[in-house]
Design a protein around this ligand. Structure first.
Ligand code: AMP
Length: 423
């Protein structure tokens, strides 16, 4: 029994899952680059106030899920629960608008004190995109298109884009009054959480998943019917833009997302196969956040994808177009002397571009061969006393069972003959 365990709600990523994660991220980085998005890294902790002000005091994230702590000087810091606030903070602080850096992406862990379950953790990875400086609906379409393109490039099927508009403060305030009046009448039918949110954040009531609340919420007024002229036009053009690109979506008038900073477009990409935690990712417009955090008024839109959920959906399957792993050359040795020669050999093979590994165990060469097999070697080189004294080294193509005795200088060219040139 291990003495220590990872904290509740956290995961270790071990091979091959950790390797898959690298492949997926590599694929995503290629696409981000194709769309002009460039990487940004921000600290894992920030001043607590950054999140309370941007995400919103009444949201679940801020009111009950933040990992906040006082540092040694008593400053309140928080492990980031999401990426957008930090990126916007960095955008303003580093004057990224002057540098024309409005297309950014990040990858990293986020922290929320949630009740852990399948697909919901206290530390989880997000890959996020932020597109700052564009107010028009084509930017919304481009960002949703990018999300879909990422999913396609990973071979993900069965995803659904859910779309809504949450309006702007003007139309949303009017809508919220109407919604509140309607919900007040249904109070006794709604759960405790809904009753509490009704006072603090009535939009979030729409989000409630409790079965008993679904009937009373079914026919409440919809925000899309209450949008002001500007928001209505933006929403119509966004939908038109998606249709022009043949990107399927479904309208979900109850999609409000859990963070306060959203304006206008809100979207979520879901997959039924994920069960109760069905959202693979989500995002939306946040046209007021940059100004709220001290920058010049700057419209923006972004999304974040949950990497653990993505991994769950992808399972063990190879990604489309994913090649086989590079061939591994295993060097097995039988004595201490041979091991030294083996160490020199892997050193030189690696410099020539081969994935090469020295089996550290000494002893019978049959055992070395087994080790080579277990490690998936494509070729095995066996170095024993005989090989050292004769200078002829046994090199074996594992799949073909073909074995040659070669001088050390001929090994590289033989491997190339078998497996092709190295990059
Ligand atoms: P959000 O920032 O809440 O919109 O989340 C964006 C995406 O991050 C979600 O769609 C999930 O895929 C993922 N996500 C959010 N919270 C968690 C969590 N506690 N555990 C795992 N993934 C999460």
């Amino acid at each position: 029994m291990a003495t220590y365990k990872a904290p509740r709600g956290t995961n270790d990523f071990i091979p091959p899952q950790s390797e898959r994660m690298c492949v997926i991220l590599g694929r995503m980085r290629e696409l981000f680059d194709r769309y002009g998005f460039r990487p940004i890294e921000t600290p894992i902790f920030e001043e607590t106030e950054l999140f309370t002000r941007s995400v919103g005091e009444e949201t679940d994230i801020v009111s009950k899920e933040m990992y906040s702590f006082a540092d040694r000087k008593g400053r309140s810091l928080t492990l980031r629960p999401e990426g957008t606030a930090s990126v916007v903070r960095a955008y303003v602080q580093n004057n990224l608008d002057h540098l024309g850096l409005g297309r950014l992406y990040y990858v990293g862990p986020m922290f929320r004190y949630e009740r852990p379950q399948k697909g919901r953790y206290r530390q989880f990875f997000q890959v996020g995109v932020e597109f700052l400086g564009e107010s028009g609906p084509l930017a919304d379409v481009e960002v949703i298109d990018l999300f879909c393109h990422l999913a396609e490039s990973l071979g993900l099927e069965g995803l659904s884009v859910e779309l809504n508009s949450v309006g702007c403060p003007d139309c949303r305030d009017l809508y919220m009054q109407k919604l509140r009046r309607c919900l007040e009448e249904r109070k006794p039918l709604l759960c405790g959480d809904c009753n509490r949110r009704l006072e603090t954040n009535p939009l979030r009531v729409l989000d409630c998943k409790v079965p008993a609340c679904q009937d009373p919420l079914a026919d409440v007024p919809q925000i899309v019917d209450e949008l002001c002229g500007g928001c209505e036009e933006h929403f119509a053009e966004t939908r038109g833009g998606l249709e022009a690109l043949d990107i399927p979506y479904v309208l979900n008038p109850r999609l409000v997302r859990g963070l306060d900073y959203y304006t206008r477009t809100a979207f979520e990409v879901t997959c039924r196969r994920l069960g109760s935690q069905s959202a693979v990712g989500g995002g939306g417009r946040y046209d007021l956040l940059v100004e709220q955090l001290g920058g010049k008024p700057t419209p923006a839109i972004g999304f974040a994808i949950g990497l653990e959920r993505l991994l769950m959906l992808l399972g063990e399957e190879r990604l489309p177009g994913e090649g086989a792993a590079e061939p591994l050359v295993w060097v097995g040795t039988s004595t201490g002397e041979a091991r030294k020669a083996g160490a020199r050999l892997v050193h030189s093979l690696r410099r020539k571009g081969w994935r090469a590994q020295l089996g550290y165990g000494t002893g019978n060469l049959g055992k070395q061969m087994k080790l080579a097999n277990r490690n998936g070697a494509a070729a095995t080189i066996l170095l024993g006393e005989d090989e050292l004294s004769s200078g002829r080294i046994a090199v074996k193509h594992m799949a073909r069972g073909e074995q040659l005795d070669l001088g050390e200088n001929d090994i590289d060219s033989q491997l190339r003959q078998w497996f092709g040139d190295r990059p």
